[in-house]
Design a protein around this ligand. Structure first.
Ligand code: GLY
Ligand code: MN
Ligand code: MN
Length: 438
């Protein structure tokens, strides 16, 4: 059997079990609708319901529906309008077509008729409110969603293959971006080099590229791209991914320009710790402990670089690493860049709390084989947070001359996508594997 058909069979089993446990007799999933700007005829970028693209490699397909019934093939209602203003979705093709019962519709409203023979009062309908059609109002049952979101944390072999492919798509683009940086390109030019090498446009990236030169690297989700390069180019942070069949990669690299050895050494020190953290991705490990380990490791980097003169444990204990590393160590990755289910303690939806004082951590769940997570430690010089540190009782332990010198580089983030393997096995670093084989 193919990996895709295996994946579909696994989802069918998960769905049947979830339906039975929650008392529903059918699962109906809306892909979503195309949305328009207020008082305008320009559509927003279509973002499919992740539940829909979990089953089908269809990401540019609004107004479609998927019906999952116990013991039967799924039914796909496929919207393919007659349209000469736009290119309509092509005729259904691919491995999924033979695995489903297919109904092609030309008008969005026709979906209600195409599903009328299946829908009962015990139908779970997943989707946004605006996807509703007469008799098909999304109810998004919470218990059922919990079961599905919990299961989605562990990837099928098919999903891991898509995610490996999403790495292979991003890696040449990261290389092209670095080359453009070394050649003195502007942020906008680097971004275009990335798009060209990945084959993406801005329309189909899994998230907006973060491309920051110098101080811009200190803005965690820097959203602009300057058209001209700064007078002196010192450093470069790029956080950019790629997408394959609805699955994302999420990769960050930081580079120093030639001659900026102090910052290059800081990057090298962070890379050692980042690789150490990747190695902590093991079955049964509490991901919160990896986050706390990151703070201890960053304390070591801060002390050795002469930035903070404090005992490493005390540095973490007193929260002095936080202004330098003010985000979580990572998150679940998959159909969404920040994939769902990160705070679940169990499939019933109970919550695994964040460690006290670490409100930006997005994953608090124990690791299981087949989960894909990011490991993305950072060390930044963020003026707003440094001002607070300077006003604190720890200010005297900070070498502000070093901070000022390093602030010109903005900051460092190094991010890999990592699959957890079975107990006792080292993790699979999807990102580094793709760099190594490119
Ligand atoms: N690219 C966003 C993140 O790393 O979480
Ligand atoms: Mn990222
Ligand atoms: Mn990330």
């Amino acid at each position: 059997m193919s990996l895709y058909l295996d994946h579909l069979a696994a989802l069918q089993r998960q769905a049947e079990s979830a339906l039975e446990r929650t008392g529903f007799d059918m699962l109906l999933i809306a892909s979503g609708i195309e949305k328009f700007a207020f008082l305008d005829d320009r559509p927003y970028l279509f973002q499919p319901n992740p539940h829909f693209k979990h089953w089908l490699p269809l990401t540019k397909h609004p107004h479609c529906w998927l019906a999952v019934r116990p013991g039967k093939k799924p039914r796909v209602v496929y919207f393919q309008p007659d349209d000469y203003w736009h290119v309509p979705p092509s005729a259904p093709s691919g491995e999924w077509v033979d695995a489903v019962e297919l109904i092609v519709i030309r008008e969005p409203e026709t979906a209600a008729q195409a599903l009328a023979d299946l829908v009962t009062s015990r139908t779970a309908i997943l989707g946004e409110a605006d996807a509703a059609l007469p008799g098909l109002t999304p109810n998004n049952p919470e218990l059922l969603l919990n079961l599905l979101h919990w299961a989605r944390g562990v990837k099928t072999p098919y999903e891991l293959e898509q995610m490996r492919a999403a790495q292979r798509r991003a890696v040449p683009a990261h290389r092209a971006a670095r080359q453009a940086f070394m050649a003195g390109a502007s942020e906008a030019e680097i971004h275009r080099a990335y798009l060209a090498a990945s084959g993406h446009t801005d329309r189909d990236l899994p998230y907006g590229n973060i491309v920051g030169l110098n101080e811009h690297a200190a803005v965690l989700h820097y959203q602009y791209q300057d058209a001209s390069p700064p007078a002196e180019v010192r450093s470069f942070l790029i956080d950019a991914g790629a997408e394959v069949n609805g699955y994302a990669s999420d990769i960050t690299r930081t580079w120093a320009a030639r001659g900026h050895d102090e910052f290059a050494a800081l990057i090298a020190a962070m890379e050692v710790e980042q690789l150490g953290l990747v190695d902590e991705v093991r079955e049964g490990v509490d991901y919160r402990d990896i986050h706390l380990s990151a703070h201890r490791r960053i304390a070591r980097v801060l002390r050795r670089a002469g930035i903070v003169a404090m005992d490493e444990e005390a540095m973490v204990e007193e929260g002095v690493t936080k202004p330098f590393f003010p985000h979580g160590i990572g998150h679940l990755l998959g159909l969404q860049v920040h994939d769902v289910g990160g705070f679940m303690a169990a499939e019933d939806g109970s919550v695994a709390d964040k460690p006290e004082g670490h409100r930006y951590l997005r994953l608090t769940r124990p690791l299981q084989a087949g989960m894909v997570v990011t490991i993305e430690p950072g060390l930044y010089f963020i003026p707003m947070l440094l001002r607070e540190l300077r006003a604190s009782k720890h200010a005297a332990q900070v070498d502000w001359a070093v901070v000022e010198r390093l602030s010109r580089y903005g900051g460092i983030r190094i991010e890999d996508d990592v699959a957890c393997r079975a107990a006792g096995e080292a993790p699979e670093n999807l990102t580094r594997d793709a760099f190594a084989s490119a």
